[in-house]
Design a protein around this ligand. Structure first.
Ligand code: P6P
Length: 333
């Protein structure tokens, strides 16, 4: 097994990077590599559409509601089509859980060995105000026999079973950040060449973070441990930074240190974020980058899912801050 520290230089193209480190995958048959390429390609297409949304009349609401009861934006629908079509045509994926589809997407690829959980476009309500948004994804190896139809057991695996996870951040520059369990690497998209290039090798989150990201507008409905944690941040003069777009807040905290919290609130009594295609993906990345992710009490990646769209309270970021927040819950119990 090759040393998992990345020795390739900044500027290495994504394709070359994937090839170079393919043998780190337990089942290095090239399928997972191809799956990652399919995701990156769909991301390039979505990036182009997002950048022109205001001009192509694909901004704004579509007029339908997603499984979460949220108003779907036109780009939510379009992005869901782009990614589910790319993953279906690629052939490696036998089943997809998507935020934008109530039912499991059965791709018909019975020979596919992977399942994907994806939030095709998180934070899409920010599109019209030009705030960064993101795609978040998780990849699991199927449990059932290849050649058979995908099963719910294949789809509902705990986060610790992930074989890859990542996000695409459509921001001032578009970035793909992902892990296959051998560290975290970031690639920046160069639109004039239509390629992602290694820009952030071996990403690690600063051990001690001093930024906290939470919607304090819901303060009155927070549980006492969350209020105590906010008090701790204020007493230590930490900076409050909340963009209201998960991938953007997460990415800043990954680079600078900090914690993102979406706790239980009156409006979202189990939390707002979804375990399968938001919490688990970012939990895998943050642990690989030296951070932590929990629901305030349990490690996110240990939670055994029962529903495709189930939610979880989410505390993710620098270890010192996540552990401090957890200690507030411990003191309560
Ligand atoms: P609130 C976007 O809808 C999202 O899922 C995340 O991207 C974001 O962090 C959060 O919800 C914002 O929710 O309740 O603070 O507006």
């Amino acid at each position: 097994m090759e040393d998992s520290r990345i020795a390739l230089p900044i500027g290495t193209a994504l394709d070359r990077f994937i090839k170079k480190y393919q043998d780190q995958f337990k089942y290095a048959t090239g399928e997972l590599s191809q799956l990652l390429r399919d995701l990156a390609l769909a991301g390039k297409v979505v990036n182009r559409e997002i950048n022109k949304a205001g001009l192509m009349n694909i901004g704004g609401a579509y007029g339908s509601i997603n499984p979460q009861g949220e108003e779907q934006q036109k780009l939510d629908i379009l992005t869901n089509i782009r990614f589910s079509r790319a993953l279906t045509k690629g052939g490696e994926v036998c089943g997809i859980i998507s935020e934008e589809s109530e039912e499991i997407i059965y791709t018909g690829n019975h020979d596919g060995n992977y399942v994907v959980a994806i939030d095709p476009l998180d934070g899409s309500s920010n599109i019209d105000v030009n705030v960064s948004i993101g795609t978040i994804f998780s990849v699991y190896r199927r449990k059932s026999k290849t050649g058979m139809p995908v099963t719910m057991e294949d789809m509902l695996q705990p986060g610790k079973e992930q074989v890859a996870a990542g996000y695409i951040l459509y921001g001032s520059s578009t970035m793909l950040v992902y892990t296959t369990g051998h560290g975290v690497n970031g690639f920046t998209y160069e639109p004039s060449l239509g390629e992602f290039f290694l820009s952030h090798p071996n990403m690690t989150i600063p051990e001690v973070g001093k930024i906290y990201s939470i919607n304090e507008g819901s303060y009155n409905s927070f549980e006492q441990p969350v209020k105590d944690f906010i008090e701790h941040c204020r007493d230590n003069n930490y900076s409050g930074r909340y963009i209201g777009s998960l991938v953007a807040d997460f990415h800043r905290n990954l680079l600078k240190g900090g914690i993102y919290i979406y706790p239980k609130t009156e409006k979202s009594p189990e939390g707002k974020l979804r375990l399968m295609y938001e919490c688990n993906c970012l939990a895998f990345i943050i642990e690989q980058a030296g951070g932590a992710a929990s629901d305030g009490v349990n490690r996110i990646m240990d939670i055994v899912p029962t529903e495709p769209h189930q939610k979880a309270p989410f505390f993710v970021g620098s270890k010192n801050l996540v552990e401090k927040a957890e200690s507030m819950y411990n003191q309560q119990s």
